[in-house]
Design a protein around this ligand. Structure first.
Ligand SMILES: [Zn+2]
Length: 323
């Protein structure tokens, strides 16, 4: 298996399908013209959900023409230029009001979905585009006030910067993403999975946590696994990454080795953590005694990569109907 091919074929939110065209973010007149002449398309984020449209076979990202929103209304909305997609400039409209109230009456209604649930219904490219829009929505919502002086900020550079309105401060804020590590700890025959209290019954997943200031991702892997399970790992190796817009992380996927042993939930972040042998997984996944994370997550792909590398029944085949 070609490693790179696997990463980009199977991990959600990775196949972008759009060009960011970051150099165009400063070209205000060009971007305004794209809206005015109707060549641009709009996608919508409202209440942390993304706007979709029904098709014959399912759903697709709703890409609306600019004039579905009257110009005066449109100019007052928070619009973020995402780049070019399907050869058109794309803007994300980040709305506090239900977009139905903004759109002209002749527009077909939009349906708003949680992207976690919608991703499996969308093309990988559309899911990535909407994930980008959702992450930008989160950043704008959490940066309305200046982190240095507390005054309001305003959006600029086509939604890719926020500036402090206090003349004595004037600090400019740029979109950030939070690096987090996610790791499958494994031996030859078993892997270590944990579960949080709030998850659905019997769901277990890989160990994860945020990278702290002053720390490398590998150090974070070692620390998180030890804090959450009392297990000391070795042979930490990077696998692949995934932008994760719930709400604004970059998941850095790792494998690490350890031998199955006693588990201690030192920091109490997990409700349970335990080792699962391949044989137990083969029996318990089909019976529902063990549930894995969603297929859209890199967590699932890490488990899959390890589980499938010895051959036999593939992980996907153990529970083909799982989300
Ligand atoms: Zn300020």
């Amino acid at each position: 298996m070609n490693g790179t091919e696997f990463h980009y074929a199977d991990i959600s939110f990775v196949q972008s399908g759009y060009e960011r065209r970051s150099l165009y973010r400063d070209r205000a007149r060009y971007l305004q013209r794209c809206l005015d002449d109707g060549s641009a398309r709009l996608v919508f984020v409202f209440d942390r959900k993304v706007g979709l449209r029904r098709t014959e076979g399912g759903f697709e990202a709703a890409l609306l023409e600019p004039d579905t929103i009257p110009r005066g209304t449109r100019d007052a909305l928070q619009a973020v230029y995402l780049g070019d997609y399907v050869s058109r400039p794309i803007f994300a409209i980040l709305s506090d009001e239900h977009p139905e109230s903004l759109l002209s009456l002749t527009t077909e209604p939009l349906l708003f979905f949680d992207l976690r649930q919608a991703t499996s219904m969308l093309s990988p490219h559309a899911a990535s585009l909407l994930g980008y829009a959702l992450a930008m929505d989160y950043w704008h919502r959490t940066h309305r006030y200046c982190g240095r002086c507390g005054h309001e900020t305003t959006s600029g550079t086509a939604g890719h910067m926020r500036s402090c309105t206090n003349a004595d401060c004037g600090r400019r804020h740029f979109p950030r993403t939070d690096p987090a590590v996610i790791v499958l700890v494994h031996s030859e025959t078993a892997c270590l999975l944990g579960r949080k209290r709030e998850w659905i019954d019997r769901r277990y997943s890989t160990i994860a946590g945020f990278v702290e200031p002053g720390e490398t991702p590998e150090q974070a892997v070692y620390r998180e696994v030890f804090e959450e399970t009392g297990t000391e790992v070795e042979g930490i190796r990077y696998y692949a990454s995934q932008p994760w817009p719930f709400p604004g992380s970059l998941m850095l996927g790792y494998f690490a080795r350890a031998e199955p042993g006693e588990v201690s939930l030192y920091d109490n972040e997990l409700q349970d953590a335990r080792w699962f042998t391949r044989d137990e997984m083969s029996e318990w996944i089909p019976s529902g005694k063990l549930k894995l994370p969603s297929r859209i997550s890199i967590a699932y792909r890490l488990v899959q990569k390890w589980f499938d590398h010895v051959g036999g029944t593939a992980l996907d085949a153990l529970n083909p109907d799982a989300p």
